[in-house]
Design a protein around this ligand. Sequence first.
Ligand code: XMP
Length: 505
Amino acid sequence: RIVVLDFGSQYSHLICRRIREFSVYAELVPYDITLGELEGRNPKGIILSGGPSSVYSADAPVPAAGIFDLGLPVLGICYGHQVIVDRFGGRVKRANREYGSSLLTVDDDGSLLGGIGRSVRVWMSHGDEAEQIPPGFQIIGHTSNARAAAIAGTDRPVYGIQFHPEVVHTQKGTEILKNFVLKICGARQDWTMEAFVDRAVGEISGIQGRVLCGVSGGIDSTVAALLIHRAIGDRLHGVFIDNGLLRQDEGDEIEAIFRDNFHVNFTAVSAAERFLEGLRGVADPEAKRKAVGEEFVRVFSEFAERNGPFSWLAQGTLYPDVIESGVSKGPAAVIKSHHNVGGLPDWLDLKVLEPLRDLYKDEVREIARILGVPDRIVRRHPFPGPGLAVRIIGEVTPAKLRVARTASRIVEDVLLEAGVYDDVWQAYAAVGDDRAVGVVGDERRYGSIVMVRVVNSVDAMTADWTRLSHETLERISNRITNEIEDVTWVTYTISSKPPATIEPQ
Ligand code: XMP
């Protein structure tokens, strides 16, 4: 495996993902991991990520002294490059901020930059640069701005590059990472999802007691439940809570998959009335989220109490969520235990089982295919926990729910027909209390305004509205006004995030 020390770059996860794409396990650890912990992971090589700091500032983050004495290859990227320059006695200085594409000229194609040609476009994002390289290092690549854009130790396997090989804008970035990981470190390409499934099933089958898994219809909880089911069969109980705020047919579909396709011990709890009661008169967005969240905990706890005892609560937590809350334990540890999870009461005394905690989303998708999860679930857009409650502006009423649900289904259907569903992040229709006059036949009608929102995004942190074709927009509008009697106007939201968010509430 390769260990990536995280100095806080927005691209740190991307380094791991790129390496995993060529079947080598890579994990992200905090930059201040101790030497003992690092050695315990038995890495084949170490990568120092980029980060926002300056090595010459007083509180600059530095890795444990001694990581360069382990005899392992080390690659520093951006800030990591500067850490190496500084550590071995070179000099880093403030430079003109450089952001974007530069042309890298390869001066030595012997090792790290082998096989990528004489010059490639690389992605730069830095404010400091190596002014003087340390003794014992040579320059292996330069740009017009950075004389020492890539350096290599002459008698030790230590490399530094100022640019980011992990981003797609760097040509041959994957080749550079492969040169380091495969040729220089000699890491094995044994990280496959088939192997992961076998290993996870083996580990989970060793646990004692019964496991409760809340499934939402989303891919993460579905895959988590099916993986555990493969390991312990009927000792898994899947529970799906129908809160009345779901997409059209979602509850029936998920029940059919779990019960009929996979023969999982499965209960669908119909709790729509309770949730809608809790939402009555509530118009504030945060208050709605709170009402739905609290009701969920109540319904879930009641179910657990009545159908227990359970020893474990399974969750579909993914790697990026884990790393934000601390150090990952690596692929050998799919089991983490602590109490009071997700707001559930202590008396339930559940330990947490998170079989996907080492995986990225695209890896979960691959496992879904291996396990035979229907394509519809694998492709389905993400959906917020509070469901249609956050796609309805103002109070949630049965009438507005009907409009939001039916219109959203139409939006999805039209995008599927047009072949663009898989290209967008989310697509739905929202509704509020605003009305507009329309004419139907000879009659004037004062009907609802529906807001269609379709966005592109990579990670939901930022999003851009999708430039749908006019024909597709027209089809969406026609179908909504024809098929939903109350609706007279259809609008398309063209706000990006920021300043807007993806959901309107
Ligand atoms: P926003 O609206 O903040 O949404 O741009 C970003 C992403 O998160 C989803 N979302 C939620 N998911 N519970 C969830 O599980 C929530 O309360 C929630 N609010 C927003 C949203 O659908 C989008 O993908």
